[in-house]
Design a protein around this ligand. Structure first.
Ligand code: FPP
Length: 240
């Protein structure tokens, strides 16, 4: 039997709420997009740090289902930043054999963004060295709603008996069923909330909060989060 209390070492999957871009820009008297642009640099730095530290999966909350209500210029600015990121960083994904994936309601994204995402996802789909998962038009509750709808449709079609629905069935109907649950969730900028991020998948994750604003979060900050994670004892409900 495997031990119930594990010393975690390096997390296999890290999920990040990249928060604080707006405040970072405001502190400099700049528009919010200036902060998002600097945030994209942090994402690059953390993706490289994942490779260097042996973290296999990185999921980042890049755009939530709630973010659609932001001013139109900010939404379109974020979408064009995403396209620039895909164009500029595709080479690096190939060089490091990193597979790009999306979790969320990708159908909500503008067609040009969707097309670019599909192209890079297909071009990198064979890679297994690392996995970058962009949460886009993502909401944890929407993901569960979509899973319930898919399961209900199977029940209605007579393919699944209601009493056969268990945790494994639900997990199989989430957006990326083959991706292991995150081991560590990082949120920057001092906010202590989950904000509808990976509600199901983060059930047993360790949480790490830092006051650092996302555009200032770079490799040394990531290394600190990993060091803190390595000191934790994961109990999965077992006694201490
Ligand atoms: C939250 O900060 C951040 C976002 C809503 C967007 C995150 C996007 C990036 C880091 C851009 C890079 C991503 C890609 C995929 C290119 P906020 O704007 O809510 O900050 P605030 O709380 O200080 O206002």
């Amino acid at each position: 039997m495997s031990p119930k209390v594990l010393s975690p070492g390096v997390p296999r999957h890290v999920a990040i709420i990249m928060d604080g871009n707006g405040r970072w820009a405001r502190q400099r008297g700049k528009p919010r997009l200036y902060g998002h642009r600097a945030g994209a640099e942090s994402l690059r730095a953390v993706l490289r740090a994942c490779r260097d530290h042996g973290v296999e999966f990185l999921t980042v909350y890049a755009f939530s289902t709630e973010n659609w209500v932001r001013p139109r210029t900010e939404v379109s600015g974020l979408m064009s930043l995403l396209r620039t990121f895909l164009k500029k960083d595709e080479r690096e994904l190939h060089d490091n054999q990193v597979r790009l994936r999306v979790t969320g309601r990708i159908q909500d994204l503008p067609p040009a963004v969707r097309a670019e995402l599909q192209r890079v996802m297909e071009a990198t789909q064979a890679y297994t060295q690392g996995h970058l998962i962009l949460a886009l038009s993502y909401g944890g509750r929407s993901e569960i709603v979509d899973a319930v709808r898919a399961i209900a449709a199977r029940v209605q079609a007579g393919e699944l008996a209601p009493e056969k629905i268990d945790e494994a069935v639900i997990a199989r109907h989430l957006y990326l069923p083959d991706v292991p649950d995150p081991d560590l969730m990082i949120r920057t900028s001092g906010e202590l909330r989950l904000s509808n991020f990976l509600l199901w998948e983060l059930s047993y994750a360790e949480f790490y909060f830092t006051e650092t604003l996302w555009p200032d979060f770079r490799e040394p900050d990531f290394a600190r989060a990993l060091a803190e994670y390595a000191r934790r004892r994961r109990r999965y409900g077992a006694p201490s």
